[in-house]
Design a protein around this ligand. Structure first.
Ligand code: NAP
Length: 242
């Protein structure tokens, strides 16, 4: 898979799965524009600050997202690939879940995917070319106690992916989702050793996945080898859900 001359935007690329996707695309020759919201000391950044190939904006904020994509398009002329990876969890049993826990997770995960996709789609339609991969989760397919907000956001991304795939297929734009199981990142480091042990027992391959396991499948979906795949959800979960 070679991505020479392709321009990719990867959201939430400062660490974890997004970082691995950015690295995998760069290794294959793509120019990668990355995004996150914190600076390297973990402080919230001034929204809208941008470096050469790094744009800091909160994907949940429509106007900031729109402006960032306009800047990228003005500078580079086109965007070939978008990977909607930015995502958060705010876990809590439903009866104790606060409005803000529900709203923030839906805003970042689902509305963020909507904001970025909408911001890029016009130019992809004009170019009659584009590939989009949305990162959802096994939890959007199976549910998980304590994650009603997260599961709803990820299930929402699946419906969104299929609807948009039907809207833009005639314009040579493919949009798919990948549904990772439990992957070794900061998001899962938070789990207690007992919970991790319990979860591993449910995974036939007997381990959590690596960010690279997800990145390789994303690269496949962005490649020419996947030109006839759209509106699909590819699972990367060690067999925990079949
Ligand atoms: P992570 O290590 O927590 O990284 C999340 C990334 O998203 C960070 O770069 C973070 O930026 C960025 N981000 C968070 N809120 C943002 C916002 N409002 N605007 C822009 N960027 C934002 O998470 P991860 O485990 O790599 O997860 C990546 C994606 O995979 C998420 O969508 C997650 O739901 C999904 N996923 C993960 C797993 C897993 O087991 N890890 C399983 C299934 C699905 P800052 O550094 O600025 O905070």
């Amino acid at each position: 898979m070679e991505f020479k001359d392709k321009l990719a935007v990867v959201t939430g690329a400062s660490r974890g799965i997004g970082r691995a996707i950015g690295d995998a695309l760069t290794r294959r020759g793509a120019m990668v524009i990355e995004n996150d919201i914190l600076d390297f000391n973990g402080k919230k950044c001034k929204i809208g600050a941008s470096g050469e190939d790094f744009y800091r904006f909160d994907v949940s904020r429509s106007q900031d997202t729109k402006k960032a994509f306009e800047k990228i398009l003005k500078k580079h002329g086109r965007i070939d690939f978008l990977v909607n990876n930015a995502g958060i969890t705010r876990d809590c049993l439903l009866l104790r879940m606060k409005d803000e826990d529900w709203e923030r997770v839906i805003e970042v995960n689902l509305k963020g995917t909507f904001n970025c996709t909408r911001a890029v789609l016009g130019s992809m339609i004009k170019n009659r070319y584009g590939k989009i991969v949305n990162i959802c989760s096994v939890v959007g397919l199976t549910g998980n106690p304590g994650q009603a907000n997260y599961a709803a956001s990820k299930a929402g991304i699946i419906g969104f992916t299929k609807a948009v795939a039907r809207e833009v297929a005639s314009r040579n734009i493919n949009i798919n989702a990948v549904a990772p199981g439990f992957i070794e990142t900061e998001m899962t480091y938070k789990l207690s050793p007992a919970v991790r042990q319990q979860l591993k027992k449910q995974i036939p391959l007997g381990r959590f996945g690596k960010s690279e396991d997800v990145a390789e499948v994303v690269c496949f979906l962005l490649s020419e080898a996947a030109d006839y795949i759209t509106g699909q959800v590819i699972q990367i979960n060690g067999g925990m859900y079949m």
